[in-house]
Design a protein around this ligand. Structure first.
Ligand code: ACO
Length: 158
């Protein structure tokens, strides 16, 4: 298995993994926007052949927040194919994305949303990666589930 920066050629594979693993899905153009605007922020994990994408993290800078002068990263989506889980891939993908947001794009902190019921992702964000829960976003998801709005200070990466 290999982990590397995502390219435009990876978008179909990332979109496929996203469709398999999450109910929050995005049009091709949205992936393309990430890949062309913040080309160093997103990463993919591939299988042993190096061709099949088995995990990805899609990340960006939060444009709205930059108006207050504090660059702020955002993790749009993260997932790992079921048979490749519990091997540390998501943790590695996240570490690479967070470092890139900090070092390449100057983000001071990073945010994300996660379903309150998503125990695996919560463990990863809160316990492994040390994100803080900033607030509960009521009925954030299309089906009415609440989200934890989480943040991590990136200056601690120094
Ligand atoms: N229950 C409890 N803890 C778990 C679970 C689980 N099911 N899965 C992973 N963990 C823990 C691991 O033990 C590890 O903890 P440690 O650092 O204390 O050893 C930590 O989480 C990271 O484990 P990884 O192996 O790096 O995680 P993995 O590659 O299995 O991927 C992920 C985790 C991305 C949440 C995966 O389960 C998945 O793809 N789920 C479906 C999609 C999803 O929920 N994505 C996140 C949505 S939120 C967003 O996209 C911003």
């Amino acid at each position: 298995m290999d982990i590397r920066q995502a390219t435009i050629a990876d978008i179909t594979g990332m979109q496929n993994a996203n469709l398999m693993n999450l109910p929050e899905n995005y049009v091709f153009r949205y992936y393309l926007y990430h890949a062309t605007t913040w080309p160093q922020a997103s990463f993919v994990a591939t299988d042993a052949s190096g061709t099949k994408i088995v995990g990805y993290v899609l990340a960006k800078l939060e444009e709205e927040e930059q108006k207050d002068g504090v660059p702020h990263g955002h993790v749009t989506s993260l997932s790992v194919m079921r048979t490749y889980r519990r091997m540390g891939l998501a943790g590695k993908l996240m570490e690479l994305a967070l470092r890139s947001l900090y070092e390449c794009y100057g983000a001071k902190f990073v945010s994300l949303h996660v379903r309150k019921s998503n125990r695996a992702a919560l463990h990863l964000y809160r316990d492994t990666l040390k994100f803080d829960v900033k607030e509960i976003s009521k009925a954030y998801y299309g089906d009415g589930e609440d989200a934890y709005a989480m943040q991590k200070d990136l200056e601690t990466l120094d």
